[in-house]
Write a protein that binds this ligand. Structure first.
Ligand code: ZN
Length: 195
């Protein structure tokens, strides 16, 4: 998530932990503001736009579920990984996966996602800003009260040229993420949408 500069109204105390808000990293809610520390605990799969739709109560529930996720991670033991800017961790036995940008998915408190909640998964090439260049995204629709989507950019640097080696590499990596989920039996191939 990008850092947002605190605007003038966002002074005072955090709506969740009641600490003084800091200059940077505070985020808006529907009816409040959360501080940098609380914002860091929010799932990676919630965008700032989605956060703005959440109430103070909603975010408190979300943060409680994020704490429960830490307990789930204790029993999450990946046996298959696909490395990239984001690394995919699969626990075949638990039929669950996690995706993390950090080198340690446990300290990152990466959400443990049970495979059964995946409704569909796809790779999408989306235009980079107003250019002809593209970014490759992996998007999984999930049935979950925590978030609706697991969506991340596969390529490390944004805006790849059409027909470039870099774009091809990103597509290959993206396909490898999906292949790993299908090959381990976590996601039925029928749930894979073709772009
Ligand atoms: Zn706070």
């Amino acid at each position: 998530m990008e850092e947002t500069v605190l605007n003038m109204e966002m002074t005072g105390k955090c709506s969740v932990c009641k600490e003084e808000l800091t200059m940077f990293g505070s985020k808006e809610l529907k009816n409040g503001v959360i501080c940098r520390n609380c914002a860091k605990k929010v799932s990676s799969w919630i965008t700032d736009e989605e956060l703005k739709l959440k109430s103070i109560n909603g975010i408190k529930i979300h943060l409680r579920n994020r704490e429960k996720n830490m307990e789930k991670l204790a029993g999450f033991n990946p046996d298959t990984t696909v490395e990239g800017k984001y690394t995919l961790y699969i626990d075949k036995e638990k039929k669950a996966f996690a995706v993390s940008k950090k080198s340690d998915f446990r300290t990152d408190n990466a959400d443990v996602i049970p495979a059964r909640i995946v409704k569909s998964i796809e790779l999408k090439c989306l235009p980079y800003e107003d250019t002809e260049n593209l970014d490759v995204y992996l998007i999984a629709d999930v049935r979950n009260r925590m978030f609706d989507k697991v969506c991340y950019r596969v390529n490390e640097f944004p805006g790849l040229e059409k027909d470039s080696v870099e774009l091809n590499d990103a597509l290959t990596l993206g396909k490898n993420y999906i292949k790993a989920l299908v090959d381990t039996g976590l996601v039925n191939s029928k749930r894979v949408k073709e772009d």
